[in-house]
Design a protein around this ligand. Structure first.
Ligand SMILES: Nc1nc2c(ncn2[C@@H]2O[C@H](COP(=O)(O)OP(=O)(O)OP(=O)(O)O)[C@@H](O)[C@H]2O)c(=O)[nH]1
Ligand SMILES: [Mg+2]
Length: 299
């Protein structure tokens, strides 16, 4: 909904948050917006979809677009779709925030930089400065980055500790076009509760399980109905193999119960009301390489 009441000088635009996996893109989006709209974990390739997070201030509206980490290992058709969804964002936005880990620019970061179209307006967020023992490493890293692309700004931040976020916001605002707000001021994402519910379940799988099952799992919402304040949600987790189903369920279903309990707590916090959640686990062999299934699962 356009806001005709935006003051003169108001800016509004789309800002893609991109980078290699695990640098803190989704954490940054959440802390810029002040709500958890995008899932995060210690594991690479947590984010699989584009997710917007909307920040409305007095003089600007930022439509941040979180993207999957860009990587060169095409392990599956799913990975290809994730990369495509990230790189497609370059053309659809007014500005790009490239997230790189403070203190180390890797080959994978350089690969992302080479993908930027000429003329792209890019700001680097050097993230996780709270983990940097030697701040002296920042200056040479910034100098070297400046030789790789004509970045509009390079801003050291800690997404998690919320350091440098005001400076980052100001730098991004300067790149946005003069425009009225595109969304109402209480809107925080373009994704619906159904999508967010599936993502919260997927996040707990990423956080609670080892190195195999998270990458073999996807979540579908079979039923989402609102009865007064209560949301009644039925979900299915699909995995690739029988043994993964056994791991996901755990002894007597205890693992799945823990995943569902934690996911439900996140849903209740964001949706602002009670949630009844039931989760089933099914095996769907080869889903991550099956284009028909990938489309059906929303990738
Ligand atoms: N110490 C520290 N850790 C951070 C910071 N920002 C993110 N992290 C951690 O880095 C890990 C990855 O964060 P995500 O936000 O999931 O990273 P991502 O870039 O979205 O990862 P993908 O979606 O997999 O590409 C998580 O364990 C975060 O808690 C930060 O500023 N400081
Ligand atoms: Mg992410």
């Amino acid at each position: 909904m356009a806001d005709a009441g935006s003051p003169p000088g108001h800016r509004c635009g789309h800002v893609a948050i991109v980078g290699r996996p695990n640098v803190g893109k989704s954490t940054l989006l959440n802390h810029l917006v002040g709500e958890k709209v995008s899932i995060t974990s210690k594991k690479a390739q947590t984010t699989r979809h584009r997710v917007t997070g909307i920040l409305t201030t007095g003089d600007a509206q930022f439509v941040f677009v979180d993207t999957p980490g860009i990587q060169s290992k095409h392990a599956s058709r799913l990975n290809e779709r994730m990369n495509r969804s990230a790189t497609r964002s370059f053309d659809d936005v007014d500005a790009i925030v490239l997230v790189i880990e403070a203190g180390r620019t890797t080959g994978a970061d350089r690969t992302v930089i080479r993908l930027f179209p000429a003329g792209a307006r890019v700001i680097v967020a050097l993230n996780k400065i709270d983990r940097l023992a030697d701040r002296g490493a920042l200056l040479p890293q910034m100098a070297e980055l400046a030789t790789l692309f004509p970045f509009a700004a390079i801003v050291p931040v800690s997404a998690e500790k919320e350091h440098g976020l005001a400076q980052l916001r100001d730098a991004v605002r300067a790149l946005l076009p003069l425009a009225a707000a595109a969304y109402g001021e209480d809107e925080i994402t373009d994704r619906d509760e159904r999508f967010l519910a599936a993502e919260f379940i997927r996040e707990k799988i990423f956080r609670l399980l080892g190195e195999e099952v998270p990458y073999a799992a996807t979540v579908a919402i079979d039923r989402f109905v609102q009865e007064g304040a209560l949301r009644r949600i039925h979900a299915t987790v699909y995995v690739d193999r029988d043994n993964q189903k056994a791991i996901l369920l755990g002894h007597g279903g205890a693992q799945m119960k823990e995943i569902a309990t934690r996911a439900r707590a996140d849903m209740e916090r964001l949706f602002g009301g009670p949630v009844f959640l039931e989760v089933w686990v099914k095996v769907k062999r080869g889903w991550a390489n099956d284009d028909t299934l990938l489309t059906r699962f929303g990738y």
